[in-house]
Design a protein around this ligand. Sequence first.
Ligand SMILES: Cc1cc2nc3c(=O)[nH]c(=O)nc-3n(C[C@H](O)[C@H](O)[C@H](O)COP(=O)(O)OP(=O)(O)OC[C@H]3O[C@@H](n4cnc5c(N)ncnc54)[C@H](O)[C@@H]3O)c2cc1C
Length: 473
Amino acid sequence: MSKTFDVVVIGGGPGGYIAAIRAAQLGFDTACIDEWKNAKGGPALGGTCTNVGCIPSKALLQSSEHFEHAGHHFADHGIGLKELSIDVKKMLARKDTVVKQNNDGILYLFKKNKVTFFHGRGSFSRTVEGGYEIAVSGGEPIIGKQVIVATGSNARALPGAPFDEERILSNDGALRIGALPKKLGLIGSGVIGLEMGSVWRRLGAEVTVLEALPVFLGAVDEQIAKEALKAFTKQGLKIELGVKVGEVKVNGKGVSVAYTDAKGEAQSLDVDRLIVSIGRVPNTVGLNAEAVGLKLDERGAIAVDAECRTNLPGVWAVGDVVRGPMLAHKAEEEGVAVAERIAGQHGHVNFNTIPWVIYTHPEIAWVGETEQQLKARGAAYKAGTFPFSANGRARALGDTTGMVKFLADAVSDEILGVHIVGPMASELIAEAVVAMEFKASSEDIARICHAHPSLSESTKEAALAVDKRTLNF
Ligand SMILES: Cc1cc2nc3c(=O)[nH]c(=O)nc-3n(C[C@H](O)[C@H](O)[C@H](O)COP(=O)(O)OP(=O)(O)OC[C@H]3O[C@@H](n4cnc5c(N)ncnc54)[C@H](O)[C@@H]3O)c2cc1C
């Protein structure tokens, strides 16, 4: 007899493992199936995010930022270094340790919350009375009265140039480059491309980014994107916009990319390695969705309603495998909301207050609408900005690039969007998220006492700037 669980979660990334923990907290007998293997073939819970995404990329960004500081900024503080070197293997080993700490942390959380974990592939086999039978590779099938699918996404390859993870790299290979490339090419100037490009540029690679779109970071507020482009160009990242990538050839030495530039002229780029980051595709491989008639949409994502219900009763889907932003915290919020809905509660995800972060230097973070979105919908709004160059803490840090920008309703003063490019934007944005979640006005933020000296004073000052009454600028 197959064991029956109240809730079976397929996928142990941020969407899946969080859904499983919340379901268990709510008293459901819960199982989670995940197939990711570590180098020794054991489980590596946490999905793309923990293994080849958010966590390892931030570990490498941290290492490379230290290197850049030591090479370029220590001298300003009177700190002299005779010799500076980078041991790439050691840097990668540290990254792997950070990943493992997170993998093991999730296994511990499963034990603590009594989530039964199956290491293997989960696939639908059939509909049974009161639930679904799920085959687990290498073991007995199990039955889930409710099933949450959280199978994530995979990197999209360029047509005709499959990933070999040696020369043509996805995010996976990009996080495992064992020796500093002299020349690195990047196709796509999105979040992942910019973060990976920054890591290797800081360590000394000559990095060229080819982007098909004519504008830089089209989803970001234009003023913020312009400021960021200026900073990245100054750092030495070569970013070419409006290009059309043609043939990509791997040769003995590296990779050659033929492309047409924005003026329509034929160009070629020869690099040691090429990272392709042109988006991600929802992953339903191996799920055997057909066995139960689970519906996919035209993009290959699992079709869900606003509350993550699929076309099948008792089957839900969350995270990268469904519509919406491919972000770990969006996946987590959906996981929690679904577990709570199964329990008859009112789980809710507010898509208007999901923060976005790009962990480059300067960091870029935003929540809510951009100025171009407000203009496009004809909204009456007020804007206020405050530059980090006028902030005492930023000066002390030696990190004064960028600004905080507030957008508020012209009549009610409700905050409609907050956009930051600058130091610790990833942390500063949390205040804006809280404010928007509570429908605060810019004056609310302007009247709150912020610690001095702190970068967060720039948030307060940008809020004051909405009413044209900054105190320090
Ligand atoms: C380089 C990079 C950097 C990123 N940085 C950030 C960041 O800083 N912040 C952020 O918010 N997001 C970031 N992301 C995006 C983030 O990783 C994803 O949005 C997030 O991982 C999605 O979570 P998920 O649970 O939906 O899917 P995933 O994390 O992809 O997890 C899915 C899991 O399901 C497993 N699985 C799939 N099919 C089956 C099956 N049939 N049976 C069993 N197991 C299965 C997979 O092996 C995997 O473990 C980054 C992504 C990349 C690639």
